[in-house]
Design a protein around this ligand. Structure first.
Ligand code: ATP
Ligand code: MG
Ligand code: MG
Length: 547
């Protein structure tokens, strides 16, 4: 077996298993709030939670943390499920925090009965103003001493819709001088007359995140509740609720979130990009969302490899976008068929070629053999404009008068010259071919330094290509001054309306990914129609940022 050192969470789990904590059972969960599409940061949490469950024969639940009715939608629930499955993971149970609203409400009642929670009639602003600071204790609410009976009665009235939004809140009764401000009598329930995507209008009282989250973990008997670093200060509160309620002791562990250069990763910001038209949709290939990456052609293996490669850290860090691109390239190199596409065409005429109906069988994938395909050949071919140079430097091994190259899978041709228009632009490249140099049956005895791709003019199909660049001009748009949108790269999408592709691609289907020989990886977009295939450039063959 491969020797790999354990990350700190695996160390904790292995110790727990060895000590028989929870009978050695491992139960994790992935808890998205359905208020947006998943992004690459979520993929990190998914790989971690589902990965740990798998490694330790445990279980992982998908739990929608849907306690905020105003931002949540069923569309998001569906997209989240699709993305997790696409990444290659299966949840053991699909749960919703909203299904626990009755239980969570009863937990609140229990706290009131214990004298550990009270109704505060002040506004959120007034409450915030009495919280104090790191250097100064907060002050007690005048409602802190309310009797248990009054608290129980008013809390029930709050549930029954007797009060307006913001009129009252339920607060945990902890300590207004606690060094951790989150424990200074935090609000645990608020009134919100809002329709919920699952519970409809049943509730007008909703639990705050801190109260609902840990309690949901406990209800599901989650053993290792993994969250991102910013929740570290919430952990004492997480534990306080569980202790007060005497419920299953889930334990919270924090790891550093995944951050990626040249993008943003907050759902709020991503939603702005969509709503304000900076991108076309959540699955726009420029987006750092899982659905955007899928549409762009990133394979799930590459995303999982990235998460594996960056590991689990206890400190915030920033991952370079080129590492993700490296993982994408590495996987696509193994699995994609090679095809020929001419992106910036010029016509080549083989002056001594008079055959017709010639077809070459060309191998699809030299890395992972996957058969051959037939590619028609003829006297007139499209080649890349930059594969010809009239006055070329010494080391130019492609087409320049007197030079020879191999046409991929076909013949060796010798460049004889070119034809230009009145402005001096090359409009035709003239060559002669060597009949005895046929690929696979070459008896010419010649070796040439360059191989170029080509497409028979008579057989070429046209396609649209969408080239993508980084979505932002700066490494970390969120840390820059002003509005993050000022740093959007306006050239992140460039459309090439018409390129030539070989006829074997006529039946290419959305989602399929190919290597365009010598050019990069391209994926068929869902905008393709019967008349025109649209390709997204997934990534180039080489890291061009490195230059
Ligand atoms: P956002 O800031 O995008 O709104 P969130 O944390 O509020 O993210 P949730 O839906 O609550 O979004 O996230 C579900 C899970 O994914 C949480 O456990 C969260 O910690 C984790 N997660 C979110 N973003 C990242 C990230 N960048 N890296 C690692 N894990 C993340
Ligand atoms: Mg969250
Ligand atoms: Mg959020």
């Amino acid at each position: 077996a491969e020797e790999k050192s354990l990350n700190f969470i695996e160390e904790i789990i292995e110790k727990d298993i060895a000590e028989g904590v929870n009978g050695g059972r491992v139960q994790t969960r992935f808890p998205p709030e359905p208020n947006g599409y998943l992004h690459i940061g979520h993929a990190k949490s998914i790989c971690l939670n589902f990965g740990l469950a798998k490694k330790y024969n445990g279980k992982c639940n998908l739990r929608f943390d849907d306690t905020n009715p105003t931002t949540e939608e069923t569309e998001y629930v569906e997209s989240i499920k699709k993305d997790i499955e696409w990444l290659g993971f299966k949840w053991d149970n699909e749960f919703y925090a909203s299904d626990y609203f009755d239980k969570i409400y009863n937990f609140a009642v229990t706290l009131i009965e214990k004298g550990a929670a009270y109704v505060d009639d002040r506004t959120p602003e007034e409450i915030a103003a009495t919280k104090g600071s790191t250097f100064q204790a907060g002050s007690d609410s005048p409602f802190r001493g309310r009797s248990i009976e009054d608290n129980l009665r008013i809390f029930e009235e709050m549930r029954d819709g007797k009060y307006e939004d913001g009129a009252k809140v339920l607060r945990a009764k902890i300590d207004m001088a606690h060094p951790n401000l989150l424990l200074r009598d935090p609000v645990i329930y608020r009134i919100k007359h809002a329709h919920h995507h699952r519970t409809g209008d049943k509730w007008c009282l909703y639990p705050m995140y801190d109260f609902a989250h840990g309690e949901s973990d406990s209800i599901e008997e989650i053993t290792h509740s993994i969250c991102t670093l910013e929740f570290i200060h919430h952990r004492p509160l997480y534990n306080w609720f569980i202790e007060q309620l005497g419920i299953f002791p889930s334990k919270q562990y924090e790891f550093a979130r995944l951050n990626l250069t040249y993008t943003v990763m907050s759902k709020r910001k991503l939603l702005k990009l969509v709503n304000e038209g900076y991108v076309t949709s959540w699955d726009d290939p420029r987006m750092p969302t899982i659905s955007g990456m899928r549409r762009r052609g990133y394979p799930p293996e590459a995303i999982r490899n990235l998460c594996e490669t960056v590991g689990i850290a206890k400190r915030e860090n920033m991952i370079d976008l080129s590492l993700l691109e490296f993982c994408v390239r590495e996987h696509l190199n193994k699995v994609t068929d090679r095809v020929m596409a001419v992106l910036d065409p010029v016509k080549m005429i083989i002056t001594n070629y008079e055959e017709s109906g010639d077809v070459f069988e060309i191998e699809n994938n030299p890395e992972t053999p996957n058969g051959t395909r037939s590619v028609p050949f003829s006297k007139e071919l499209w080649i890349e404009r930059d594969d010809f140079m009239e006055d070329a430097p010494k080391k130019f091994f492609r087409l320049t008068p007197g030079n020879m190259v191999r046409l991929k899978g076909a013949y060796i041709v010798k460049c004889e010259g070119c034809k230009k228009d009145e402005q001096g632009n090359v409009i035709e490249v003239h060559c002669t071919y060597l009949p005895e140099s046929k690929s696979g049956n070459d008896i010419s005895g010649l070796t040439v330094k360059g191989t170029i791709h080509w497409i028979s003019v008579a057989h070429a199909l046209t396609a649209e290509v969408r080239n993508y660049d980084r979505l932002f001009k700066v490494e970390d748009p969120s840390s820059e001054e002003g509005d993050f949108k000022e740093y959007i790269n306006p050239d992140a999408l460039q459309v090439v309306p018409s390129v030539y592709i070989e006829p074997s691609l006529a039946k290419a289907k959305p989602g399929e990914c190919y290597q365009f020989m010598r050019k990069g990886y391209y994926c068929v977009d869902k905008d393709s129609t019967a008349g025109k295939i649209v390709f997204n450039r997934t990534v180039g063959l080489k890291d061009t940022w490195a230059k």
